[in-house]
Write a protein that binds this ligand. Structure first.
Ligand SMILES: Nc1ncnc2c1ncn2[C@@H]1O[C@H](COP(=O)(O)OP(=O)(O)OP(=O)(O)O)[C@@H](O)[C@H]1O
Length: 619
C-alpha cells in the first residue's frame, strides 16, 4: 500500500470514526462501551437520558465505582466476558434492572459483545440496549389489574364468558367453571352444549332471549336453573352484552357474566313460603275472629245462658226463631232447667224488649188472690177493695206476660185466661167494662200438661192455645258436656260474690259432678257450687266430704210433678204473709222487713226477684 493511500485510509477512518461516534451519540437506543479495566469509554445521550449520568461524570470511572450495575447478573456477564474475550462469539443478551442516578430503577434489555472496532481503539465491551421500563411497568400494572379483576370476580363469584357466534366458541373464565362446578377440560365450549345443562323448564325462555339478542343486538339478562357437576340444579344470573356485530347488524360476539344466585333464590322461596303461611294464618285468624265475634254476639244475646251442648243449641235456635214474633210460647222442662231464663231471653230478643215483662207464678199465688192478681179489680169489688187494682195483664200491655207454673192454674181461671189468649180481652173483678190488651204470652211448666188434660185438671182448649210454639228444655243429665262450663261459671260468679279466690276445680270433683244425675238440674248444680264455695277454705273447690254422689239413685220422675214446694215458693209465701200482716208496708219500723228480720233494701230486692211488686191488696 502506498503512503498516499495509507494516509487516505487513515483520513477516511478518522472521518468515519468521528461520524460514527456522533452517530452513536444520537442513536435512540442505549449504547455504552467498557474497557478491559472496566472504565466506561463510551456513553451515548440515550444512556444519559435513561440512567441520568452524563458522559463527563462517568469519564475514567469504573462501573464498579459508580455501582452502575449493582450486583445484577450483567455485572457478572461483563466480568466473565473479559475473562475469556472471544470476539467471534455472537452478541450476548441480558435483560434486567439498572439503578439510575436518581435512585429509580430502569429496566433494560442489553446486547453485549467484546469487539474491536475502529470507533474506539482496542478491545471494548460494547453494549447496545433498549429502555423497557415503561413497557415493563405497563405490563406490571396490567398484571396487577388482572389479578385484582380476578380477585374481584372470585370474591363476587362472578364468571366471565365470551361467545363468538360465528365460530360458536365460548370462552369461560375460571370463575365460570368454579360456579358451574366443572373442570375446563370436561366442559364443551360449544354454545349448544351449555344450553343442554339448562333446566328444561327454563331452556326455551333462555333460547328465545339469545335468539332475540342475536337478531336485535339487544343486551339481556335472565335467571335460570343450571345443572351443576354434582347433578343438582343451581340458580344462575346471566347477563349478556353484544360486543361486536356484522355488516348485517347481527351480533357476532356476545360477552357477559354469570353469578350463582341459588342462596338468594332459596331465601326468596323461603320468604314466599313464609308469606304464604302468614297469609294462611291471616285467613284463619280472620275466620277465627269472625267466629269469635259470632260467638261473642251469641253469648251477648244469651247473656247468662251457659251452654256448649248441641242439644241446648237447638233450644236456642228455637228461641231465636220465635222471639221476634208475637207467638205464644210454652216452655216445658223439669224444674231448674232454665225455663224462666228462656222466657226472659225471648222477651229480651223480641220487639217488645222496651215494654214490661210481667211474671206471674201461678203456683205461688194463693188461689183466692190469683184472679185479682191477673186481671185486677174495681174499687168496691169486694169487701176491702178500697181502691181499684190493676191486674198483671193490664200491666203487661204492649209487653210480655210470663205465666210460670201454668199447670197449677186453677180450673176456674183457665177459661178467663183462654179468653185473653183468644180475644185479648178480660174484665177485672167487680167491673163490667171490658179491657183490651196487647200481651205476648209465654207460659212454662214442669208438669206434663197432656196428662193433666187427660185427668181433666187442665183445659184441653187452653192447652192447645198455649202449645203454639213449645220449647222443651232438656234436663242437665242429657247435656252433661255443659257441666264443666257451668261449674266454672258458677265458681266465678260466687267467687265474686263471696270475695273468694277459688281457682282450682279438681278433676275428681268435676268427674263426680259429671256422674251425678242432677234431678234438680242447673238450679241444684248452682246451689251445690254456692255451698261448696262457702265451705271451701283454700283456692281449691272442696266438696268431697259432703257431696255424696247419689248418681242414678234418685229417679227424675219424682220431679216431673210439682208435688214439692221449692225454697223460693216458701220464701214468696212467707214474704206475702209478712206483707199481709204489715198491710203491705215494706219498710220502716212497722214494715215487713223488720218483721222478717232483714234489711228493707234486701226485702225490696227479694220481692222484685220473686215478682211481688203490687202491694195494694195488702192494705
Ligand atoms: N244455661 C244456663 N246457664 C246458666 N245458668 C242457668 C242456665 N239454665 C238455668 N240457669 C240458672 O239455673 C237457675 C234455675 O233456672 P230457672 O229458674 O230459669 O229454671 P226453671 O226451669 O224456670 O225452674 P222452675 O221449673 O223451678 O221454675 C237459675 O238461677 C238460672 O239462672
Amino acid at each position: 500500500m502506498s503512503a498516499s493511500s495509507t494516509l487516505t485510509n487513515n483520513l477516511l477512518s478518522f472521518v468515519n470514526q468521528t461520524f460514527l461516534q456522533e452517530l452513536i451519540q444520537e442513536l435512540p437506543v442505549v449504547v455504552f462501551a467498557i474497557s478491559p479495566n472496566q472504565t466506561i469509554t463510551c456513553w451515548n445521550k440515550e444512556c444519559e437520558r435513561t440512567l441520568g449520568y452524563s458522559s463527563k461524570e462517568l469519564q475514567d470511572t469504573t462501573i464498579l465505582a459508580k455501582n452502575l450495575f449493582g450486583h445484577t447478573p450483567i455485572l457478572k456477564s461483563i466480568t466473565e466476558a473479559w475473562d475469556n474475550p472471544n470476539t467471534t462469539l455472537p452478541y450476548c443478551y441480558w435483560e434486567g434492572e439498572i439503578k439510575a442516578k436518581d435512585g429509580s430503577v430502569r429496566y433494560l434489555s442489553v446486547n453485549y459483545h467484546v469487539r474491536n472496532n475502529f470507533v474506539l481503539e482496542g478491545l471494548h465491551l460494547w453494549c447496545i440496549g433498549t429502555d423497557l421500563t415503561d413497557k415493563v411497568q405497563g405490563q406490571r400494572i396490567m398484571q396487577v389489574n388482572q389479578e385484582r379483576l380476578s380477585l374481584v370476580t372470585k370474591a363476587a363469584k362472578i364468571g366471565f364468558w365470551d361467545w363468538n357466534a360465528h365460530t360458536n366458541e365460548v370462552y369461560y373464565s375460571q370463575e365460570c367453571f368454579d360456579i358451574m362446578g366443572y373442570k375446563c377440560d370436561e366442559f364443551s365450549h360449544a354454545y349448544e352444549k351449555w344450553m343442554e345443562f339448562i333446566h328444561p323448564e327454563d331452556r326455551t325462555r333462555v333460547q328465545n332471549k339469545v335468539r332475540d339478542c342475536l337478531h336485535t343486538k339487544c343486551d339481556f339478562y335472565t335467571e335460570l336453573r343450571f345443572k351443576a357437576q354434582n347433578g343438582n340444579y343451581i340458580w344462575l344470573f346471566l347477563q349478556a352484552n353484544v360486543f361486536e356485530w356484522d355488516a348485517q347488524d347481527k351480533a357476532v360476539r356476545i360477552v357477559g357474566i354469570i353469578s350463582d344466585i341459588t342462596l338468594r333464590k332459596r331465601t326468596e322461596q323461603d320468604l314466599q313460603e313464609a308469606l304464604a303461611k302468614v297469609e294462611e294464618l291471616k285467613e284463619s285468624l280472620v275466620e277465627e275472629n269472625l267466629q269469635l265475634k259470632q260467638e261473642l254476639q251469641e253469648s251477648f244475646r244469651y247473656e247468662d245462658i251457659i251452654s256448649i251442648s248441641d242439644t241446648y243449641k237447638k233450644v236456642l235456635r228455637q228461641v231465636e226463631q220465635v222471639a221476634p214474633t208475637d207467638a205464644t210460647v210454652l216452655v216445658l222442662g223439669e224444674t231448674g232447667t232454665g225455663k224462666s231464663l228462656i222466657a226472659n231471653t225471648i222477651h229480651r230478643l223480641s220487639p217488645r224488649v222496651n215494654q214490661p215483662l210481667i211474671k206471674v207464678n201461678c203456683a205461688a199465688l194463693p188461689a183466692n188472690l190469683i184472679e185479682s192478681e191477673l186481671f185486677g179489680y174495681e174499687k168496691g169489688a169486694f169487701t176491702g177493695a178500697y181502691t181499684k187494682k190493676i191486674g198483671r195483664f193490664e200491666l203487661a200491655d204492649k209487653g210480655t206476660i210470663f205465666l210460670d207454673e201454668i199447670g197449677d192454674l186453677p180450673m176456674e181461671l183457665q177459661a178467663k185466661l183462654l179468653r185473653v189468649l183468644q180475644e185479648g180481652e178480660f174484665e177485672p173483678l167487680g167491673g163490667n167494662r171490658t179491657h183490651k190488651v196487647d200481651v205476648r204470652i209465654i207460659a212454662a211448666t214442669n208438669r206434663n200438661l197432656e196428662e193433666l188434660v187427660q185427668k181433666g185438671s187442665f183445659r184441653a182448649d187452653l192447652y192447645y192455645r198455649l202449645n203454639v210454639f213449645p220449647i222443651v228444655n232438656p234436663p242437665l243429665r242429657e247435656r252433661k258436656e255443659d257441666i264443666p262450663l257451668l261449674v266454672k261459671y258458677f265458681v266465678n260468679k260466687y267467687n265474686a260474690k263471696t270475695k273468694k279466690q277459688i281457682t282450682v276445680i279438681p278433676k275428681k270433683t268435676l268427674q263426680q259432678l259429671e256422674s251425678y244425675n242432677w234431678p234438680g238440674n242447673i238450679r241444684e248444680l248452682k246451689n251445690t257450687i254456692e255451698r261448696a264455695i262457702v265451705l271451701s277454705t283454700g283456692s281449691k273447690l272442696e266438696m268431697d266430704a259432703w257431696f255424696q254422689n247419689p248418681a242414678n239413685t234418685i229417679s227424675p220422675d219424682i220431679f216431673s210433678e210439682t208435688a214439692f214446694d221449692t225454697l223460693e215458693d216458701h220464701e214468696r209465701k212467707h214474704i206475702l204473709e209478712a206483707l199481709k200482716r204489715t198491710e203491705g208496708r215494706v219498710t220502716g219500723p212497722k214494715g215487713a222487713g223488720k218483721l222478717l228480720g232483714i234489711n228493707d233494701k234486701t226485702l225490696q230486692s227479694r220481692m222484685r226477684k220473686l215478682g211481688i211488686n203490687r202491694l195494694h191488696e195488702f192494705k
